[in-house]
Design a protein around this ligand. Sequence first.
Ligand code: ATP
Ligand code: MG
Ligand code: MG
Length: 351
Amino acid sequence: GAVIGILGGGQLGRMLSMAAARLGFKTHVFEPGANPPAQDVCHQVTTAPYTDVAALEKFAKSVDLITFEFENVPADALDLLETLRPVLPQRRALATSQDRIVEKEFLSDLGIDVAPFANVENSDDLARAVERVGAPSILKTRRFGYDGKGQYRLKSRDQAQQAWSELGQEPCVLEGFVDFSHEVSVIGARSQSGEVVCYDPGQNVHKNGILDTTTAPAKMVGSQRMDAVLLTGKILNALDYVGVMGVELFVTPKGLIVNEIAPRVHNSGHWTQDGCAIDQFEQHIRAVAGWPLGDGSRHSNVLMTNLIGEDIFALEDAAQDPDVCIHLYGKAEAKAGRKMGHTNKISPRTN
Ligand code: ATP
Ligand code: MG
Ligand code: MG
């Protein structure tokens, strides 16, 4: 069997490894941190920083292809890996999603709506951005933000300078605050032959900047659901994408606005593990391995709830509920804000 290399050994790398194993693949995980969650379930782990050229080379040569569980893979490491093995999804998807400005320009060019935005690299930019976008708005670092980190909410224009200082005067984007009724996401996949498949949109609720629950299916009228799926397909095709992608959307009275895209399996797609015959992890492995995709159909309704920090110590009810599927990541310390696992409560499909 082929060996699939995975950059990143967090819970997403762990669940990708489990799906790969079911299809008869071995996985080799490259992860700088000690004791990654993926280590219990993958064939091999390399613990080394992304600057370790010898380790990267050895890793690449031990696998047939390389994929990743996070979008901040350093460019130099990719430069090297790409010369040795295919890296999927391709570079362009990573480059696009690593920088919020590049991402928003890419989406706008496709004719997809995004929040009003302006680039902020210096004080002049900041003044212009505030003029253009106004308040309420959100200042976000262009790179490396996740789980709501690297963001500052402006209630009024005079908070702009304060916000930019708090974020370390890094390159930022100022985004107009979108008055959405709810948030949804589409998990889409594209195969090597260009076949596109999307799961039903799920509805997301965040708590303290971190995803709390996803409900599938999302509350949407049929035309909105169609819009969401079509725009996801458009993004996947434009990037000549291979693999699974998460597209986060705001639902507004004026239509759908894309918040951000993630070139990987996505937390808001965990419901597919117990709502679909072929979940997002298997779908991703199928795509990068050159297999046909699953059709993405949903056999059940699902409520996915993240277990954050100490939530993992309150599993008695979940463990006694015959309709709850428990997924734990094997992380040692239940630190505040850390994703420790999730549950999927299933019920019969209603629509
Ligand atoms: P993730 O962990 O999903 O990668 P992130 O740190 O990249 O998150 P965003 O998704 O940009 O952050 O923002 C986090 C949440 O903040 C969004 O899901 C949404 O609830 C809210 N938010 C972000 N941008 C806007 C906006 N322009 N208008 C209104 N709400 C927003
Ligand atoms: Mg993000
Ligand atoms: Mg997000």
